[in-house]
Design a protein around this ligand. Structure first.
Ligand code: NDP
Length: 337
């Protein structure tokens, strides 16, 4: 007699106005269906919480569809195949896929990527340094911002998943000076002492424009923007002629209920012939082989410091997501099941 398998999943209970709260989420126990022909059943081991998920809680048209109220959310996850009806994926394979926020996921075999567990320092690395945030940092810095050896780079959100890699990638490619901003004294210390940044400041200590100008006496050539708002305005002030900014994220405004003002100094874009360019990682999948070759090599050679903040248990996934928005993570925020 076969017993019915059940698993927990996280639903969007309500659309947040401003900051999400615990009431935004509901943990629900559901029956797990058996995989159909060509499908696999995956037991998730790790899932990612990412800032873009805040945007998907709003009912607006965007580059990814919104989460639906009363339905399970989704996002990057790594799991182990526990049943398979596909000749291409075996029981025991470890796979990367897009159905996080649940303990068990049923997917078509072509929706999972079989991973080599020996090719990474940990399986969760496929959600961070060797995954979407890593490719974002790589393509954003080298392609979108067109970074060149010997330049000076400023990155905001510098102690987070993307930012911590941007700064280190720039140093490994011979940056003259790398400057980072983050939201605590401990993070600033981490940037300088562990990640090799040349300068860093806590954006909560004093106006960003003042602190950045002091940290960049010769200006900057590249700004990697994870934050928007006052950070972008400050960066425009110190960008050198022909400087470039990759606009990757604007986390300072993700929970705003009012429209947020733009940089007041945009006129400088003209005189300094600046390039401000938006970045979506999905456009850069073709760079994956280069990214894996170069970043995988740096990892194997011990040249990259990779931090994770790990929260245990699916029941704590909402807290992990809220903590991410509040800055409780250093490096990639991961939920371990
Ligand atoms: P992080 O690991 O950087 O986590 C988010 C961090 O944002 C927090 O740790 C916090 O650090 C910081 N933060 C929160 N609120 C503020 C604020 N008001 N001002 C300044 N910093 C704040 O996340 P990711 O590395 O995953 O993402 C970084 C950025 O990149 C996000 O904006 C995200 O949306 C964007 N992104 C964009 C992609 C694209 O394709 N365009 C793909 C991936 C990410 P602190 O303690 O320093 O405040």
């Amino acid at each position: 007699m076969s017993t019915t398998r059940t698993g927990r999943e996280v639903h969007l209970a309500a659309r947040p106005q401003g900051w999400p709260t615990n009431d935004t989420f509901e943990i629900v126990e559901v029956e797990v269906p058996a995989p159909g022909p060509g499908q696999v059943l995956v037991r998730n081991l790790f899932m990612s919480v990412d800032p873009y998920m805040r945007g998907r809680m709003n009912d607006v048209k965007s580059y990814v569809p919104p989460f639906q109220i009363g339905a399970v959310m989704d996002g990057g996850a790594v799991g182990e195949v526990v049943e398979s009806s596909s000749p291409d994926v075996k029981v025991g394979d470890v796979v990367l896929h897009g159905l996080g926020w649940r303990e068990y996921a049923v997917l078509d075999a072509n929706q999972v990527r079989v991973l080599d567990p020996n090719a990474a320092p940990s399986l969760s690395a496929y959600l961070g340094v060797l995954g979407m945030p890593g490719l974002t940092a790589y393509a954003g810095l080298f392609d979108v911002a067109d970074y060149k050896d010997g330049e000076t780079v400023f990155v905001s959100g510098a102690a987070g998943a993307v930012g911590s890699l941007v700064g280190q990638f720039a140093k490994l490619r011979g940056a003259k000076r790398v400057i980072g901003s983050a939201g605590s004294a401990d993070k600033v210390k981490h940037l300088i002492e562990d990640l090799g940044f040349d300068a860093a400041f806590n954006y909560k200590d004093a106006p960003v424009a003042e602190q950045l100008a002091a940290a960049a006496p010769e200006g900057i050539d590249v700004y990697f923007d994870n934050v928007g708002g006052d950070h972008l305005e400050a960066a425009i002030n110190v960008l050198n002629v022909h400087g470039r900014a990759a606009l990757c994220g604007a986390i300072a405004q993700y929970n705003s209920v009012e429209p947020t003002p733009g940089p007041r100094n945009l006129v400088q874009v003209i005189g300094k012939r600046l390039t401000l360019r938006g970045l979506l990682v999905g456009d850069h999948a073709k760079r994956t082989p280069d990214f894996i070759a170069e970043v995988g090599g740096w990892l194997r050679d011990g040249k990259l410091v990779v931090e994770e903040t790990v929260v245990e248990g699916i029941e704590n996934a909402p807290a992990a997501f809220l903590g991410l928005l509040r800055g409780e993570n250093t490096g990639k925020m991961i939920v371990k099941f």
